[in-house]
Design a protein around this ligand. Sequence first.
Ligand code: CO
Length: 133
Amino acid sequence: MLRKIHHVGIVVRNLEEAFGFYRDTLGLPVHKTAVVEDQGVKAALLTIGQSEIELLEPINPNGGVAKFLERRGEGLHHICFETDDVAAELAATKAKGIDLIDQAPRKGLAGMICFLHPRANHGVLVEYAQPFD
Ligand code: CO
């Protein structure tokens, strides 16, 4: 079962510059930053109530996020729904014939995660996340 919007992912050119708005102007606390190698990004999670904003700065020019930035510029990249069982959620989605990017959950900044293909979701890249805690 999907419980809530866990986070909204935003691609930025430079994480430190983006903190100037999201952290300093909006006042959202940064509670986690990490390099996520398999997504080719340096990422940060900022808390907003029960949800989060995920900022993604590409560090690998051949990665999907770098290509997104090149093609479309900075902006909204994906929406992530929280689940308490990402493997079951992914299997149920696959059984409904939805196009997936990930065939199995993998480790991401927000926990165990997976992505569905945007063509299955009316143009929006959708992520599922099961937080580690
Ligand atoms: Co995300």
